[in-house]
Design a protein around this ligand. Structure first.
Ligand SMILES: Cc1ncc(COP(=O)(O)O)c(C=O)c1O
Length: 381
């Protein structure tokens, strides 16, 4: 049972799930890597899916404006961001949206900038379109992680074509302050760099931080920016395959207009139905999830202080991912491997995101599972 109203299934029930999180490791391993949560589906989402199954309504996604209306309604209600529904394109997932947009924005050999530690597939996506990845690491100061705007300016000036912004930033859980996004947009405008803003974790911004949509910050951001939004992280719908690309100016929009007219039909019909229900009727469920995550990010802090004081962790401002520095424990560059072998807890290897000595832990689980994970790791230490 989580805090608040979310009844999280016990582990034996969760182990019956057939998603990647539950089918990648043997049963003695506590799986806390893949970015799925252990929460039950939001009731409005479950209902719309059940109705579709009962009607054998499992064909192609329909070309209606309902998904664009739902995304724009949610953005306005939640972030006071007005999206023009004519500028919303449906794609199967954020990865496909970014790859297909990149394909149109960059040419093979072009330079695309990322800020590690960052979601590992960013560099795969750049490779997929034949471009070259330029790394400009985040800066870590006493108050947390920030974009390194000076280093980004140098990279942009050195012939960059595009920048992949992770906002909020996975895996460190950074919610970029407005002034950094404004400054980033100015740099994009000055050097002619497209900004592809992956905003998939935006619905999961936790108390104390406020999400600022990139396209809302300035005309410069709108001239150079694309936003990729989806309900897949917020409402745990990753397997259903639906996401959107949003633009707010004719310049980036002309690239989106060149996406295959077939992209709608490559999107999951059930994903579209579930996403509409999540964005239109999922606010209460999301509030309960945020309560759970807020509780768990603090619980993790308490557990580490008590049981593994040599580990270094800063509570994230968003999402269900914790970025933990195990460097002082002497477990080498890949503590996740050591932890899997000794404690039978699966985490993500931090070096894959650009953080040797770190591991990424998914706390989108019950407090009991989180407690057991840290207890096992501490016992093995
Ligand atoms: C920042 C980020 N972008 C994209 C994705 C994947 O999204 P999708 O399944 O819609 O491609 C994830 C999944 O964890 C993510 O963390």
């Amino acid at each position: 049972m989580g805090p608040g109203k979310l009844p999280i299934d016990p582990l034996p029930e969760l182990r019956k799930r057939r998603s990647a999180k539950w089918r990648t490791f043997p049963d003695d391993v506590l799986p806390l890597p893949v970015a799925e949560m252990d929460v039950p589906l939001a009731t409005p989402v479950a209902e719309v899916l059940r109705e579709a199954i009962d009607r054998s309504d499992t064909g192609y996604a329909a070309p209606t404006g309902d998904l664009a209306d739902a995304v724009s309604g949610y953005a306005l209600r939640t972030w006071d961001w007005k999206i023009d529904t004519d500028h919303v394109r449906t794609v199967a997932d954020v990865g496909i949206g970014i790859v297909e947009t990149l394909r149109r924005v960059v040419s093979p050999g072009d330079r695309v900038v990322i800020s590690p530690p960052v979601y590992e597939p960013f560099s795969w996506w750049i490779r997929e379109v034949g471009a070259h990845t330029v790394e400009v690491p985040l800066a870590e100061g006493p108050r947390g992680w920030r974009l390194d705007l000076d280093a980004l300016e140098r990279a942009f000036a050195a012939n960059a074509t595009a920048y992949l912004l992770c906002s909020p930033h996975n895996p460190v859980g950074l919610v970029h302050p407005r002034e950094d996004l404004v400054a980033l947009a100015e740099l994009a405008d000055k050097y002619g760099v497209y900004v592809l803003a992956d905003e998939i974790h935006a619905p999961l911004v936790l108390p104390g931080a406020g999400f600022v949509p990139f396209l809302s910050v300035s005309d410069a951001a709108r001239r150079w920016g694309f936003s990729f939004l989806s309900a897949s992280k917020g409402w745990n719908l990753a397997g259903l395959k639906a996401a959107t690309v949003v633009t707010a100016d004719p310049a980036p929009r002309r690239y989106v207009d060149r996406l295959s007219p077939h992209s709608l039909y490559r999107t999951g019909h059930l994903g579209v139905l579930a996403t509409i229900a999540a964005f239109n009727e999922g606010d209460q469920w999301l509030a309960d999830v945020l309560d759970l995550l807020d509780h768990n990010r603090r619980l993790l802090d308490d557990l580490l202080v008590e049981l593994l004081p040599a580990a270094r962790y800063r509570q994230p401002q968003a999402g269900f991912l914790a970025w933990i520095d195990f460097g002082a424990l002497g477990w080498g560059d890949d503590p996740a491997e050591h932890i899997l072998n000794t404690a039978r807890v699966a985490l993500n290897s931090g070096h894959r995101y650009g953080g040797a000595g770190f591991a990424r832990l998914n706390f989108g689980c019950s407090p009991e599972t989180l407690t057991e994970a840290i207890t096992r790791i501490a016992a093995a230490a």
